[in-house]
Design a protein around this ligand. Structure first.
Ligand SMILES: [Cu+2]
Length: 872
């Protein structure tokens, strides 16, 4: 074993508490510099060896035996315990029939051991043993999981605990949270892609018209559908159970009154966030993603998928106190019981009020009228590298992003409270944001009376080269140009009608009906998570948000470097379950290239209704919050719906690293990228075929079918589809021998997947009496078809087609109108322009089980009928 030390000048070490180097047991060198307080270079030389054996197993958590994957016979996989400074040597033997992998989530290690198969680590073949050998250069709570297909959902996840050299003073317990489904995860993804409502029904998350009417929320329901958005939801998948350390309820009895325990909480779920609560009082967050933070006391904390938090709780009296993790959609929970004796359960969280979430979203969208749900703007800024010292500030980027979404912050200065904690009127020149605020009417502004004491906002007097002189929509007549700098791209300074604007006061207050707050001191990462609802239910409680995370030590990046700014729009189509970044799924996208030696900023814009816990392999990044130089370091950040979140990191590595949403089904549906280091990136791809295979997960095809066997005929619908293509076969027949069959090959053409085009053929058969012979026969005709489909407000699919004889036909169809939780209605109308003939149908169905419903239909051609529909 060879040791190599990599020393930076002493000055650098003094300037930042950063670290300098590492080597592996095998002599690899790497130069992380962003883990304050952790001794990356000081090695003990102790080699800690683990042998992990992965095998097929059967589990039974809920009464139904379910195939799963065990590691050393266990789910979760065993805890890998180290002390900072050790060297890890982990042997993984594959006793399953397919390939497996393990990724060491949150560990800083040489690229080749990162464990993403086909990208940087070999596949572990059946019967083979693989060894990962790397130095342990950090401490904290981490985890490991498979990075192959759906193996993580099937049980391949486990904790990694690295003790600091000094140890920790309290008792401790690992709590790995996970979600369990009795279904094969392939089937889970197929179900959500084909968009049945079954999981929503099981999770009591259906928002029906009946329910909306009964609760006075009809307007919200219509608003949502008018905007072509599916019902509000928090999660995608129905889970049969949630587990703590592989159990529905785990326990730690040996804790007595007054004793404190550190819970190392790991969200090892495939696609669940959890609300954490402790029955015995406040929880103290002491570490996030393995990095120490200034302790913060909270009553509730939402832990996103793939995050870890160390949480200290103290037993108030002798007794059994519940530490509870409730799934983010709040229909089930798992627990760890601490202590022994009288039972003290944590309070059950109220059911999600989905209409309240709809309202929150409506308010937000009213504030950002230019935002298009699910889609990046047409002019996504190209990644840009700014020379040293010339990059815009993060505040500028945030503000600019809000402007781009059309946020109008018309300020009513008569009401302006000039003690706005986020605004600064400093007179010190600073290359940041200039004088004005959007929507500011300077004619009303009396600068003489202003209290220039607004921390956070920069009113500098130094012109800055990066922004344009003119503001579109600015009413220059009202402005005193002598007093200002004019550079705010995209800002709207015109006076906007009352009601559409958010005043500056509101920016840092909570003045919206939903309790939604805005501004830099508003809670971060909580939009549409249920935060505001829970806050309203218990106003005195402290609910965790990212602005409470303060790194114990400064994390500011070195400034003597170029800065690369990369804008990433998280988008997709909820109905088709396609997830994208900058309008492209992984399979269609280039790598995001960065260069060693620069600082990299990712600016996330979440244009979807869902949270996306974004995880970057091999690096820690600063999550830019309101803690300034002490912004926390994380490896996973939950980007909440419609929020703009900025992360930044020093590009210190080489080769290729995976970067993706850690909701497994989002990742598998396209929300991922490869981050490549310029110069060393392609070297890793030994085989182009492997590489293509790696990036092809989101191109996989799924099947779906439905057959309605009714009294007046049989309807059948088959489709084979992937992210942008669909091959379908539809048929209907009555019991007199009349039939219609239609085959189509279709492709979606726009990023939001509202528009598609197809070609196909139709075969019609009609039973007719032959006039001469008097015999019954079938007359068939075959038509070639071409058409386009467009998704209209109120979730109506329009379909305009022409056949080879020039016959033009328009069809409008709305399926699955939720009348109640399980009762649906549908309507279809078709008009043939040549024959001037209309056809229509009304249907209704009641969803009895996952795969079947009772159906009634009236069709203008087929008449009235009823029966059963099988849904696959
Ligand atoms: Cu996601």
């Amino acid at each position: 074993m060879k040791w190599t030390h990599f020393c930076l000048p002493l000055l650098l070490v003094l300037l930042s508490p950063a670290l300098t180097g590492q080597q592996t047991g095998d002599g690899k060198l790497s130069t992380y510099e962003m883990i304050p307080g952790q001794s990356l270079t000081s090695r003990t030389g102790k080699v800690v060896t683990y042998h992990l054996a992965v095998s097929d197993t059967t589990v039974n958590f809920t009464g139904n035996p379910t195939p799963a994957l065990a590691t050393n016979g266990s789910i979760p996989a065993p805890t890998l315990a180290f002390t900072e400074g050790d060297s890890a040597r982990i042997y993984v033997t594959n006793y399953t029939g397919g390939t497996v992998s393990f990724h060491w989530h949150g560990l800083l290690l040489p690229n080749e051991f990162d464990g993403v198969p086909l990208l940087n680590t070999e596949l572990i073949q059946p019967g083979a043993t693989y060894v990962a050998a790397f130095p342990i250069i950090q401490h904290g709570t981490y985890w490991y999981h498979s990075h192959t297909e759906f193996q993580e959902q099937k049980g391949m996840y486990g904790p990694i605990v690295i003790q600091p050299k000094a140890g920790i003073p309290t008792k401790e317990k690992v709590v790995v949270l996970s979600d369990f489904t009795e279904q094969n995860p392939h089937e889970v993804l197929r179900q959500i892609k084909r968009h049945t409502d079954w999981y929503a029904i099981k999770r009591t998350a259906v928002q029906s018209y009946g329910g909306a009417l009964a609760t006075g929320n009809l307007g919200k329901q219509i608003w949502l559908e008018w905007n072509r958005m599916p019902s509000m939801d928090l999660a995608d998948v129905y889970y049969n159970a949630f587990l703590a350390n592989g159990k529905i309820a785990d326990a730690y009895p040996t804790l007595t009154a007054g004793e404190t325990i550190r819970l190392r909480v790991i969200n090892g779920s495939a696609s669940s966030h959890f609300w954490l609560q402790f029955a015995g009082g406040k929880m103290t967050v002491v570490s996030a993603d393995g990095q120490e933070v200034a302790p913060v006391e909270v009553d509730k904390l939402l832990i996103a998928t793939a995050e870890t938090y160390d949480i200290e709780v103290t037993l108030p009296t002798d007794g059994r106190y519940e530490f509870r993790a409730t799934s983010w959609d709040r229909y089930k929970h798992t627990s760890v019981w601490l202590g022994q004796g009288a039972e003290h359960a944590a309070p059950t969280l109220p059911k999600v009020d989905y209409f309240a979430l709809t309202k929150e979203m409506k308010d937000m969208m009213a504030a950002m009228p230019d935002m298009q749900m699910g889609k990046a703007p047409n002019d996504i800024p190209e990644p840009r590298v700014y020379p040293i010292g010339e990059a815009p500030s993060n505040e500028d980027i945030q503000m600019e992003s809000m402007m781009q979404m059309g946020m109008e912050m018309g300020m009513d200065h008569s009401k302006m409270n000039h003690d706005m904690p986020d605004m600064k009127h400093d007179t010190v020149p600073e290359p940041k944001m200039d004088h004005d605020m959007p929507g500011m009417d300077h004619s009303k502004m009396d600068h003489g009376k202003m209290n220039h004491d607004m921390p956070g906002m920069k009113h500098d007097t130094v012109p800055e080269p990066k922004m344009d002189h003119d503001m579109p929509g600015m009413d220059h007549s009202k402005m005193d140009h002598s007093k200002m700098n004019h550079d705010m791209p995209g800002m709207k300074s015109d006076s906007t009608p009352a009601g559409k604007t958010i005043s500056a006061k509101e920016m840092d207050g909570k003045t919206m009906d939903t309790g939604m707050q805005m501004g830099s001191n508003a809670p971060m990462g909580v939009m549409l998570t249920g935060y505001y609802e829970l806050k309203e239910a218990n106003p005195n409680e402290t609910i965790f948000d990212y602005n409470m995370l303060r790194s114990e030590q400064p994390t500011v990046l070195k400034e003597d470097r170029p800065v690369r700014v990369v804008h990433l729009y998280l988008g997709g189509n909820m109905l088709r379950y396609v997830w994208m970044i900058n309008n492209q799924p992984l399979s269609a996208a280039d790598k995001i290239m960065i260069e060693k030696g620069e600082n990299v900023r990712f600016v996330f814009h979440n244009t979807t209704m869902m949270s996306h816990p974004m995880h970057l392999h091999g690096h820690f990044f600063r999550v830019v919050n309101n803690q300034g130089d002490h912004a926390p370091l994380k490896h996973t950040v939950n980007v909440a719906p419609m929020e703009t979140t900025i992360i930044e990191f020093a590009a210190t590595e080489d080769k290729d690293w995976f970067f993706h949403c850690h909701l497994l089904y989002h990742m598998m549906s396209g929300m991922a990228r490869i981050i490549g280091y310029e110069g060393s990136s392609d070297l890793l791809i030994k085989d182009k075929v492997d590489y293509d295979n790696f990036a092809m997960d989101d191109l996989k095809y799924f099947g779906m079918a439905s057959v309605s066997a009714l009294s007046n005929g049989t309807w059948a619908d088959l489709a084979y589809f992937n992210l942008n293509k669909e091959f379908s076969l539809e048929g209907e027949t009555d019991y007199d021998g009349n039939f219609e069959v239609e085959g189509k090959a279709m492709r979606y053409l726009d990023p939001r997947q509202f528009f598609s085009a197809y070609v196909g053929a139709e075969i019609d058969g009609e039973r007719e009496m032959d006039a001469e012979t008097g015999k019954l026969g079938t007359e068939t005709k075959v038509l070639a078809l071409a058409g386009v489909r467009y998704f209209l407000p109120m979730m109506i699919w329009s379909d305009l087609r022409v056949d080879h004889r020039g016959r033009l036909e328009l069809q409008l169809e709305r399926e699955d109108i939720p009348l109640t939780t399980r009762w649906r209605a549908s309507a279809m109308g078709r008009y043939n322009f040549m024959e001037q003939r209309a056809e229509y149908a009304f249907g209704t169905s009641y969803q009895v089980g996952q795969y079947w419903a009772v159906v009634g239909i009236y069709d203008s051609d087929y008449g009235l009928g009823g029966g059963i529909k099988f849904i696959w």
